[in-house]
Design a protein around this ligand. Structure first.
Ligand code: MG
Length: 401
């Protein structure tokens, strides 16, 4: 029996790679360890050409697009297809029961559809870290109540997920700490002064991974690693004091787990997102897609260094938000999303990103300027209010409407 699968963000970087992994897995003989996949739902923005190709190849039952006009255009082209649009459409179609939903849209807009899928009992292949950053406790609790699996697609978390399978009896109790590796981004060696002058084009040029715009900027500021620390807290149930970051420019070791006996397990591989995507699909089995392994004799040296949090302020701010807990990570995330958008439009400097995030967090902590009120044990409404408040703060600081 084929497994039914949905993809939010099907035309993005993770979405297109997920479809290509599905294509590969479906071309191998079907077996209990390799069930084939039938694509039930594709959701994307407004890329008409690519979604048309995907519909032609994968024949989903339903599609969701961003704009109403694109939706109308698709509905006329494909009469039998169910077409949704907008954020309410996205949440509605994500609430249809499937075996697995890959959440590969970026940003906070992934939260409500993810919760809807969990409520429907659909397992989640999580490629939308902002969801867990902003509302990790809510999402993980809801998943536990509904007995829904949250399988990480983020390469670091996939690595930890794999290492934890080697924890022996004792499980999480035998874990001392998690070590997330970070490439350090394109500005790893830059001085603070050099960082102030970098442009969006420079920041979009990541040395080892090819990804969408928002996450690439997050890698350059190292906010991405900060968001991943918070993501790891929720996925693996660890406090921020037990999650460390090591800068590893080669991106070969994807993360590590240190156990109580001092043993450290690491997961290594070529930097290719198809590996963690495939694992999230085939779990608890490994796929048999013959992806290239590592030629370790050609690797040369693997290096690790401490992150420079005094220069990469965003990483420090994310740790601060992790320690504060409650709605603070939602405020951090909301402010960061807005600030990154402004940086990409050339409206603020690179350093302006961390300045605006820090300002929004300070305002949120003291409930200044109607920046939402800090709530230690928030429900969904408080999370959404903190997100909105932080975004308003950033826009107001920039005199944006
Ligand atoms: Mg990652």
């Amino acid at each position: 029996m084929a497994r039914s699968i949905g993809i939010l963000g099907s035309t993005g970087s993770i979405g297109t790679q997920t479809l290509s992994v599905i294509r590969e897995l479906n071309s191998l003989p079907e077996s209990s360890s390799n069930p084939h996949y039938s694509v039930k739902l594709l959701a994307c923005g407004n890329n008409r050409e690519l979604i048309s190709e995907q519909i032609a190849e994968f024949a989903p039952e339903a599609v969701c697009v961003a704009g109403e006009e694109t939706a109308r255009w698709l509905q006329e082209k494909y009469r039998v297809l169910e077409v949704f649009h907008g954020s309410s459409g996205l949440t509605r179609c994500a609430s249809e029961r499937m075996d697995l939903l890959v959440t590969a849209i970026s940003g906070m807009r992934g939260l409500l559809p993810t919760l809807a899928a969990i409520d429907a009992g659909t397992d989640i292949a999580l490629a939308n870290k902002e969801t867990l950053v902003a509302a990790g406790e809510l999402v993980m609790k809801r998943a536990k109540d509904k007995k829904v699996k949250i399988i990480p697609v983020d390469s670091e978390h996939s690595a930890i997920f794999q290492c934890l399978k080697g924890a022996m009896r004792g499980g999480k109790r035998s874990v001392r700490r998690l070590i997330l590796t970070a490439s350090g981004g394109p500005f790893r060696t830059f001085s603070e002064e050099e960082l102030n002058n970098v442009t969006a084009d420079q920041a979009l040029n990541h040395p080892t991974w090819k990804m969408g715009g928002k996450i690439t900027i997050d890698c350059a500021t190292m906010m991405n690693k900060g968001l991943e620390v918070i993501e790891a807290m929720h996925l693996f149930g660890m406090g921020p004091d037990r999650i460390d970051v090591a800068v590893h420019p080669q991106s070969i070791v994807h993360s590590m787990v240190e156990f109580t006996d001092g043993s450290v397990m690491a997961q290594l591989g070529v930097p290719d997102m198809k590996t963690p995507i495939e694992l999230a699909l085939t779990y608890p089995y490994r796929g048999n897609t013959a992806r290239p392994g590592l030629d370790i004799t050609q690797l040369g040296s693997l290096t690790f260094e401490k992150p420079r949090t005094e220069v990469f302020r965003c990483l420090k701010l994310a740790y601060d938000a992790a320690h504060a807990g409650g709605t603070m990570p939602a405020a951090l995330n909301g402010a960061n999303e807005e600030a990154v958008a402004l940086f990409l439009k050339g409206k603020i400097s690179f350093a302006g990103i961390s300045e605006l995030v820090e300002g929004a967090m300070t305002a949120h902590a003291s409930a200044q300027l109607s920046c939402g009120e800090f709530d230690r044990a928030p429900g969904l409404d408080a999370v959404l209010a903190a997100d909105r408040g932080a975004r308003d703060y950033v826009r107001r600081s920039m005199n944006c409407p």
